[in-house]
Design a protein around this ligand. Structure first.
Ligand code: ACM
Ligand code: ZN
Length: 493
């Protein structure tokens, strides 16, 4: 029986688990609570002790290996005397720990007794942060990783190069740091600059934290468009030879990589090798979006390349470059991901078979790619996955370009209705993307991210649909208060 003093676990947990039974009583978490773990959960138990404010030792909280469960599945049993998390993998056990953390956070360390059996619907549950248009500190990135992983997210896509900056340290190319990592603030006349590179130590810190939260980090290196910062540093990689500027404006720029210059390929071979060494997870995002072809039409070197490779249209240069850069990624033992424009101009060359396509211009690219046998990440800007868009269509709201309502996110599913079964299996999951042209500070970023990120997390974990999700907005605001997150508090549809 419930009393007012003890809320139900079901009313506290978000994402709502797959199965939950409420039990009598509660467990009071205390600094004397002890934690034990059977292999392979010893390291996770250390993390748990730190996060819950408990100590290693006895079996008040027990992480138990249950090899028959699925990869990310967990069972959580909370009784008056013990908490048991059972899982087959550290990933699964981490999700069990997250449930314990959330109950403790919201209910003053008094955990309602319950039995939970839970696992996610989709394997790819991600968010992207653009750290180029505006720079975000590693402390903030770590805060976001912590929060997102608490809600079952498991992919951090780190957008690191673009027209307005280059933020990955690459040895042997000093002008990336000297020139490409900062831009002149054109609105000021005193020559002040904005931005910097992340250091290798900072990149290592982000990954270490992400991995401790069972989250993979996917660095993005943009090709062949959105490269003004790179061209400002190394103008020979552009068709005209420059001069170029690190952009202080937002948009799509005609200046792109020269597809006819072998030095461009040599540069990216080196970059991909170094990025593959800096980032230990299996994926590298190679961009591919919004690449105008006007310069390729005018450039003798690009025209020569087309002739030599038997390409009949400039748009095929994009797919030619995609195949070259993808091969570099493969050569370093990683898998490439590209925005859905990588499908353009592929009539003749096709796409490298294991290229993962990220569908952002609606779901069209995702549908086509999945039908062509490619794995797909959905982040349609038409269905709530663009968190840089306004929360609602009002000039009073911050945001850029479009609208992503809470209702849209709360209704979102990565699988378009008319996909056949084979194509459905190719959809790995989805991402929410935060571009930061108009996001100057981490507090603004939070306002755009929350509660949309939570709603997306639910839809990727255990889809509930808009009615049930939106009924939880008060709960999500409580989470934000406890986690020191700014959030949007509107209720209109
Ligand atoms: C994108 O939003 N240009 C991928
Ligand atoms: Zn060219």
């Amino acid at each position: 029986m419930n009393t007012h003093q003890s809320p139900r676990a079901l009313d506290l947990l978000f994402p709502t688990p797959l199965h939950i039974e409420e039990r009598e009583g509660s467990y009071r978490l205390h600094h004397t609570t002890t934690i034990a773990a059977s292999p392979p959960f010893e390291t996770l138990a250390d993390t748990a002790a730190q996060l819950l404010g408990c100590k290693r030792g006895g079996e008040d909280i027990l992480f138990k290996h249950e090899p028959n469960l699925e990869d990310e599945e967990y069972r959580l049993t909370i009784s008056k005397v013990q908490i048991v998390v059972a899982a087959a993998t550290v990933r699964g056990a981490f999700h069990g720990l997250s449930a314990v953390r959330k109950l403790a956070l919201l209910n003053d360390n008094i955990l309602p007794a319950c039995k939970v059996s839970d696992k996610p619907a989709f394997v790819w549950r991600g968010f992207m942060l653009d750290c180029v248009r505006h720079f975000f500190s590693v402390d903030f990135i770590i805060k976001l990783i912590d929060v997102a992983s608490l809600f079952g997210m498991n992919r951090f896509h780190w957008h690191l190069t673009d027209d307005q900056g280059w933020r990955i340290p690459i040895d042997g190319w000093p002008r990336l740091k000297e020139v490409a990592s900062k831009r002149t603030e054109l609105q000021y006349l005193d020559g002040r600059t904005y931005g910097r590179m992340y250091t290798k130590e900072e990149i290592a810190r982000v990954q270490q934290h992400a991995h401790s939260r069972q989250m993979l980090v996917i660095p993005e290196v943009e090709t062949p468009g959105h490269v003004s910062a790179l061209l400002a540093a190394y103008p020979e990689f552009g068709c005209s030879g420059g001069p170029y500027e690190v952009q202080d404006r937002w948009g799509i720029f005609d200046e792109v990589l020269c597809a006819g210059n072998d030095a461009v390929l040599d540069f990216f071979d080196d970059v991909i090798a170094q990025v593959a060494a800096l980032f230990s997870d299996p994926y590298i995002h190679i961009g591919g979006d919004e690449c105008p072809q006007a310069e390729w039409e005018r450039c003798p070197k690009c025209q020569e390349r087309m002739k030599k490779e038997g390409l009949s249209a400039e748009r095929q240069l994009q797919s030619w470059l995609t195949s070259k850069i993808s091969a570099m990624v493969h050569a370093r033992g990683k898998r490439p991901i590209g925005w859905d424009e990588v499908l353009d101009g592929t009539e003749e060359m096709g796409l490298p078979q294991d290229l993962i396509v990220q569908s952002w211009q609606g779901v069209r690219g995702g549908i086509e790619a999945s039908r062509r046998g490619h794995q797909v990440i959905m982040s349609p800007n038409t269905q709530g996955c663009y968190f840089d868009y306004r929360h609602l269509d009002s000039a009073e709201e911050m945001g850029n370009l479009g609208v992503s309502t809470l209702h849209q996110v709360a209704s979102f599913t990565p699988i378009p209705a008319d996909l056949d079964e084979d194509a459905k299996r190719m959809v790995l999951g989805a991402q929410g993307n935060l571009w930061t042209e108009r996001v100057l500070s981490s507090r603004q970023a939070e306002y755009l991210l929350f509660p949309r990120l939570f709603l997306l997390a639910q839809q990727l974990w255990n889809p509930q649909g808009p009615e049930k999700n939106l009924a939880k907005l008060d709960l999500l605001e409580r989470y934000c208060a406890h986690l020191d997150l700014s959030c949007y508090r509107g209720r209109s549809k």
